[in-house]
Ligand binder design. Structure first.
Ligand code: ADP
Ligand code: ADP
Length: 237
């Protein structure tokens, strides 16, 4: 589903964000990437859907090169990838429903949908997505009136309405309290199990990683230093 072949990324200031990453993630996996701040976790996730351009190597999504894709081919590949960010990335002054519907824009890109006029089928998908993360009752609430955990569930619903096959979550719970953290991680895990969505989550918290991951990838200074099943991911004291 996701394949990185000899991927390196050097930022314009000379910092090597990624050093020769080789990685294969199969359909339906729930992978957690762990590592200290600055390890390259975010650079890796952002490279996978090409929010970052890589400097070397190639990334394949479902066998298609996102690295070399252009125009409508690139948009089609990106449609399969939902992003979840630490700061939720919602349009704060829009309703929850509008935020979730924005996941549909890539399917039309017509002036109508850019202006927020979506077909009925899209609205139904958005309502289904909100129901799946248990915030259907907030559909007409403004995004900035929700708690952090609720906002993150809206961003998960947006990825679901997008009919993403892959979810990339970059520190999705870093700004949430422990109880809300559990709810959001439970939602991500449940969606992975129920819908088979391939999920990659960046976390800096190893205990949380152990609780949810089936596979853990450890990063340090732009390199993968551990990649294995959760049982093997012990820390020597
Ligand atoms: P995180 O550790 O959560 O990934 P950072 O604080 O490292 O976030 O980065 C926040 C933002 O600043 C990101 O957009 C990142 O690309 C950018 N950034 C991080 N480090 C540098 C740097 N050395 N020079 C310029 N921009 C940077
Ligand atoms: P993590 O997500 O594990 O905290 P990042 O991928 O954000 O790590 O950062 C990896 C390295 O790349 C760090 O040294 C960081 O400072 C650097 N970096 C990240 N974004 C930028 C940027 N936009 N410009 C320059 N350096 C960056």
């Amino acid at each position: 589903m996701i394949e990185c072949k000899n991927v390196s990324k050097t930022y314009p200031n000379g910092v090597q964000g990624l050093k020769n990453i080789n990685l294969k993630i199969e359909k339906g996996e729930f992978v957690v990437i762990v590592g200290l701040s600055g390890a390259g976790k975010s650079t890796l996730l952002r490279s996978i859907n090409r929010l970052n351009e890589i400097s070397d190597g190639e990334i394949l999504i479902d066998g298609k090169s996102i690295t070399h894709a252009k125009g409508s081919d690139l948009r089609k590949i990106r449609r399969d990838i939902g992003m979840i960010f630490q700061n939720f990335n919602l349009v704060k002054r829009s309703t929850v429903l509008r935020n979730v519907l924005s996941g549909r824009v890539g399917y039309h890109s017509t002036l109508k949908t850019v202006l927020g006029l979506f077909p009925k089928e899209d609205e139904n998908l958005a309502f289904d997505a909100l129901e799946r993360v248990n915030i259907l009752d907030k559909a007409y609430t403004r995004a900035d009136q929700l708690s952090g955990g609720q906002q993150q569930r809206v961003s998960i619903a947006r990825a679901l309405a997008q009919e993403a096959k892959i979810i990339l979550a970059d520190e999705p719970v870093a700004s949430l309290d422990p109880l809300t953290t559990k709810q959001v991680m439970d939602d991500l895990k449940r969606i992975n199990t129920e819908l088979g969505i391939t999920t990659v989550v960046n976390l800096h918290h190893i205990d949380l990683a152990r609780e949810y991951a089936t596979r853990i990838i450890g990063m340090h200074a732009g390199e993968i230093v551990f990649d294995g099943p959760v049982e093997e991911a012990t820390i020597e004291k």
